[in-house]
Design a protein around this ligand. Structure first.
Ligand SMILES: [Zn+2]
Ligand SMILES: [Zn+2]
Length: 273
C-alpha cells in the first residue's frame, strides 16, 4: 500500500479525495491534474463515488469503470513526469452485500480505497436507500418523506452502518467519518453535543483504531460552513490515535483542490496534531 505517513511527513502537497466527470465532479480529470501541477502538488489521487447497486446521479456507473482506469493511465503517460498520480475510489457502504469488502472492489487494481457512508435505508422501505449527504433543504425533505422526522434514528443508522463497514474492511481511509453531524446539527441544534451522539462517535472512533484505518480531515465544508469532518471538537480524540491523518479537500472543482488546507493545518496544530 501507498505510504501515506511518508507523504504527509514530506510536507509536500497532496490530495487523495476528489471527484471528476466520472461521478458528480464538475470537471474532467485532466483539469484537476493541470491545476494540481500548477499549484505545485506532488501527489494527486482520484476517488470517484463508486458504482452502487441502484441508480444514483452522484455515482460512477459500473460500465464506466474501465473507461476511468484507461483515462487514469493516459494521464500518467502524459503528466507522470510532473506529478505522482493515483487511482482510487470512494466506495459506498450500502449493506453487507455492497461495500468496500465485496470481491468486486477487492479485485479492482486500485492504489487505495476510501470507505464512506452516504446512503441509509428508508424507515418505511428497508430496500430503498436514501442519500443523506446532500444540501440541508433536501435532507429536511427526506427526513419527512423517508424517516418520519426521527433524527436520532437516522444518526444511529449512519453510525451503525459506518461501524459495520469498518468491521468488514476492504479499505484504507475512512471518509468524513462524522458527516451526518452537519445535516443533523442543522435539523436539531446541538445534537452533536448530546451524550448518546458523542457515544456513537466514540464507538465509531474505537472501531477505526481497532482496524488501523487512516482518518481524513475533510475540508470540503470548511470555507462555506466553517467545519471539518471530523468536527474540530473531535480533534482531541484524534490526538489519542497515532495514525497518519490526511487533509483532503474532497474537491469537485479543480480550483478547490487545495481549499481549506492551510486553515485545517492550523486547527490541527492547536491540538498538537
Ligand atoms: Zn463522501
Ligand atoms: Zn467525496
Amino acid at each position: 500500500m501507498l505510504n501515506f505517513k511518508e507523504i504527509v511527513e514530506s510536507g509536500k502537497l497532496y490530495n487523495f479525495h476528489s471527484h471528476t466527470q466520472f461521478c458528480d465532479g464538475r470537471a474532467e480529470m485532466e483539469k484537476f491534474v493541470v491545476e494540481a501541477i500548477n499549484e505545485g502538488f506532488s501527489y494527486y489521487g482520484f476517488s470517484p463515488h463508486s458504482p452502487i447497486p441502484f441508480p444514483s446521479p452522484c455515482n460512477m456507473s459500473e460500465k464506466d469503470v474501465p473507461v476511468f482506469f484507461a483515462e487514469y493511465r493516459r494521464l500518467v503517460r502524459d503528466y507522470g513526469d510532473k506529478i505522482q498520480l493515483y487511482v482510487a475510489m470512494e466506495i459506498d457502504y450500502i449493506n453487507r452485500e455492497w461495500g468496500p469488502a465485496i470481491d468486486y472492489f477487492r479485485r479492482l487494481p486500485l492504489d487505495y480505497r476510501i470507505g464512506s457512508v452516504h446512503f441509509i435505508p428508508s424507515f418505511n422501505d428497508k430496500d430503498q436507500y436514501v442519500d443523506i449527504d446532500g444540501h440541508f433543504d433536501s435532507f429536511k425533505e427526506k427526513m419527512r418523506v423517508f424517516f418520519d422526522n426521527d433524527i436520532e434514528s437516522v444518526v444511529k443508522s449512519f453510525y451503525h452502518q459506518s461501524i459495520e463497514m469498518i468491521e468488514q474492511g476492504g479499505f484504507d481511509i475512512i471518509g468524513h467519518f462524522d458527516k451526518i453531524g452537519h445535516n443533523a446539527g442543522h435539523f436539531r441544534e446541538g445534537i452533536e453535543l448530546e451524550d448518546w451522539y458523542i457515544k456513537l462517535v466514540e464507538d465509531t472512533f474505537a472501531a477505526i483504531m481497532d482496524n488501523n484505518l487512516i482518518i481524513e480531515v475533510n475540508t470540503k465544508a470548511l470555507d462555506k460552513h466553517q467545519r471539518t469532518f471530523p468536527n474540530e471538537r473531535l480533534f482531541k480524540m484524534l490526538k489519542r490515535y497515532d495514525a497518519p491523518l490526511l487533509i483532503n479537500s474532497d474537491a469537485h472543482y479543480p480550483e478547490l483542490i487545495n481549499a481549506g488546507r492551510g486553515q485545517a493545518k492550523k486547527m490541527l496544530a492547536t491540538y498538537g496534531l
